[in-house]
Design a protein around this ligand. Structure first.
Ligand SMILES: Nc1ncnc2c1ncn2[C@@H]1O[C@H](COP(=O)(O)OP(=O)(O)OP(=O)(O)O)[C@@H](O)[C@H]1O
Length: 253
């Protein structure tokens, strides 16, 4: 079996002494499609930032491709939650995607292959027609696609998307997940969502985060996950049609 892409062993993290992730241990396999789910404030974004090396664990160990996360930051494509835009900054969609091609210590010279890569991924994400527009003039769902295009421009091994479907309608979600499924043929994909409704049938593993992390290497929500903070019913987006994957719990007395 291939070595894991990401390995967490007994990882704990707190902000100013307030525990957010406690004793998390799991591995992400090559070409896994992992959904990180859990309630608001459960620690999902924090867990992702730990994997990316943007935060350092208080305890435990994280390895990405066998190395410390910071050493392999070039292997990640990352779309953070709520990418904030300075509304008065007149940057075009194409410029936003080209930013993904800026190389550390190499200045800001844009080469022909950078333009070609940016245009290719804008095309792939279905937003090439907006490339001359100001990023601020796009809808939330269109902007999300632009940020995914930017994350892809370096052809990362691991793509991490934090709440990618928050501003996307149902048809757009289905399309987005179909695209992620195609990308998953060559890349490991990690998608964060607090909304179980948007979990896709293409997911191959689920990590439920509510301070503790419960990892399950199958595309299903288990009773343990529900015990960690969910209410039923749970729905699954598949082939454009949401359908239930877990029975509604019995009503309590
Ligand atoms: N920079 C920070 N400083 C202090 N506390 C923080 C910081 N960032 C997050 N937190 C707190 O840590 C907890 C986990 O936050 P996190 O953003 O990881 O949760 P989440 O599961 O991604 O939530 P959501 O679904 O609402 O996006 C929350 O209680 C949050 O208020």
């Amino acid at each position: 079996m291939d070595d894991p892409v990401i390995e967490l062993s007994n990882v704990s993290f707190s902000y100013d002494g307030v525990p957010v992730v406690q004793n998390a241990s799991f591995t992400v396999a090559q070409k896994e499609f992992l959904a990180i789910i859990g309630p608001n404030g459960g620690g999902k974004s924090t867990l992702v930032k730990l994997m990316l090396g943007l935060l350092k664990p208080d305890a435990g160990r994280i390895r990405v491709l066998g190395k410390r996360p910071k050493k392999v930051s070039h292997c990640f494509g990352y779309v953070p939650q709520d990418v904030s835009i300075n509304r008065s900054f007149p940057i075009s969609v194409l410029d936003v995607v080209l930013m993904g091609r800026l190389r550390r210590h190499k200045g800001v010279r844009i080469r022909q292959q950078d333009y070609e890569a940016a245009c290719h991924f804008l095309e792939l994400l279905g937003v090439a027609q907006y490339k001359e527009r100001r990023i601020d003039d796009l809808s939330g769902g269109q902007r999300e696609r632009v940020f995914i295009a930017r994350a892809l421009t370096t052809d990362p091994d691991i793509l991490i998307l934090d709440e990618p479907t928050a501003s996307v309608d149902t048809a757009g979600r289905t399309e987005l997940y179909a695209l992620l499924r195609d990308l998953n043929r060559t890349k490991t994909i990690i998608v964060v969502s607090h909304d179980l409704m948007v979990m896709s049938s293409y997911v191959t593993a689920v990590a439920c985060v509510n301070q503790q992390v419960y990892y399950h290497d199958k595309n299903e929500i288990t009773n343990e996950m529900l015990d960690m903070g969910y209410q039923c019913p749970v729905e699954l987006i598949a082939h454009g049609q949401p359908h239930r994957i877990l029975k509604t719990h019995e009503e309590g007395p």
